[in-house]
Design a protein around this ligand. Structure first.
Ligand code: NDP
Length: 399
């Protein structure tokens, strides 16, 4: 069917590549391009020999001209951006300049301030529309599948959804005293920020990790979850009509939070650059360098993740609750693609979004979050490509 350019060669990119080559009718050719070309070459060596032709390239995705040259050279239909959130806008600019569709898994972040806002990317709506190009934002798991779950609930089960509780639970254990499951910079910036939830038309702020509850979740049991802000709250508040309240909950063990507190107290989680012996360094970037590489956690991580959405609302005048979730097993993911479940649950939906765009099912000019597309083919593809979901119309989850 066509060609896809995959930018990034980290944990998520590796899963995207593994999954694209499983669908060679759609992904006839891929190019893996990243800052460190050797990582792209390693992936190519591992996966070459199938029906999908693979090539690799070096690119600095902060540099629009380099991106344009690469895109003009390879001529893909779509760019799958699984580098870092800092590169979203340069890659979108390059897509516009070359007439290529765009997909990512995380909202743009400026280097100096952690915002978790879509405003910069939503500002591209008109440009993509006029160019006849599609940009799909946030096609990972959360954001991503959580938005698709919401669109699916809205389409099939509710007249009005009043509350959404997104619950992201990881019961995996990698055996290290402290490590983050994906890019530590992104992960720590997310957790140390104030919590925020949507209620009656506005966001309400809470101090970091101040709201806690216990959810007893299928296949992983009771877990402490904390209220966090997460970027899909912003788009779901816009796109799910009549919504009154949206919250995002994530599990953290006590051990993890104690380490984080200490790192925060000593200033290691700061994104303010400091001068160290004549050199500018960002403490959080330095911390990233000394922590285990998330890509190395795969073989060590055991246990399961459970990520899902609990919806409350009405159908035909009756109160209704609906819970839909995916359970993934870290070791099973690792056996299949050589990565743990966090990367797996992000990479599979990125491939699916790109596949639907290339097939024309999710193609519409403009910039869209995933919940703005028809959820049905995505839900089917989740079952087919490794993220089967389950539903419960009578959930009793809160301890
Ligand atoms: P990694 O840090 O493992 O990988 C990032 C990759 O991007 C690396 O290969 C890195 O290169 C490359 N890169 C960084 N900067 C540049 C640049 N300027 N030019 C070219 N390549 C660059 O991150 P992950 O794979 O864990 O995450 C990828 C994305 O997925 C992130 O945006 C993250 O926020 C998002 N994500 C989304 C989730 C969701 O559910 N929606 C969940 C988890 C992650 P190098 O190898 O040289 O460092």
């Amino acid at each position: 069917m066509g060609k896809a350019l995959i930018i990034g060669a980290g944990g998520v990119a590796s899963v995207v590549v593994h999954k694209c080559v499983q669908v060679p009718d759609v992904f006839e050719e891929i190019c893996i391009a990243s800052r460190t070309k050797s990582k792209c070459d390693t992936l190519k060596e591992k996966l070459d020999g199938g029906r999908t032709k693979i090539q690799t390239a070096q690119v600095d995705a902060d540099n629009v001209d380099e991106l344009i040259e690469l895109i003009n050279d390879f001529k893909p239909e779509i760019v799958i951006n699984v580098a870092l959130p800092y590169q979203d806008l340069t890659i979108m600019d390059a897509c516009l300049a070359t007439g290529v569709h765009y997909l990512d898994t995380a909202n743009y972040e400026p280097l100096d301030t952690a915002k978790f806002e879509y405003k910069w990317q939503w500002a591209y709506r008109e440009k993509f529309e006029q160019a006849g190009l599609t940009a799909i934002l946030g096609s990972g798991f959360d954001p991503g599948v959580t938005g698709v779950f919401s669109a699916y609930a809205q389409k099939h089960y509710f007249d009005e959804i009043h509350t959404i509780d997104i619950v992201d639970a990881n019961a995996g254990d990698h055996g290290y005293p402290f490590a983050t499951n994906f890019n530590p910079e992104i992960n720590i910036r997310e957790i140390t920020a104030n919590g925020r939830y949507w209620e009656n038309g506005e966001f309400i702020e809470t101090p970091p990790l101040s709201e806690k509850r216990v959810y007893d979740l299928p296949e992983i049991g009771p877990k402490d979850v904390y209220l966090l802000y997460h970027e899909e709250l912003e788009s779901l508040a816009e796109n799910i009509k009549g919504i009154k309240k949206i919250r995002f909950w994530m599990t953290f063990s006590e051990k993890y939070l104690t380490h984080l507190k200490v790192l925060e107290n000593v200033g290691m989680t700061s994104i303010e650059p400091i001068n160290f012996e004549g050199q500018e360094i960002v403490p959080l970037q330095f911390l990233k360098a000394v922590l285990p590489d998330p890509a190395s956690l795969g073989p060590r991580t055991k246990g399961k993740t459970n990520i899902g959405c609990i919806f409350q609302g009405t159908k035909d005048g009756e109160e209704k609750t609906y819970y839909v979730y995916n359970v993934s097993d870290h070791q099973e993911c690792y056996r299949e693609v050589g990565s743990q479940a966090i990367s797996y649950t992000t990479g599979v939906p990125a491939m699916i979004g790109a596949m639907l765009l290339m097939k024309g099912e999710w193609k519409k000019p403009g910039v869209y979050n995933v919940e703005e597309f028809n959820p049905d083919p995505f839900m089917e593809a989740l079952n087919e490509y490794g993220l089967p979901w389950q539903e419960d119309f009578n959930p009793e989850l809160i301890d």
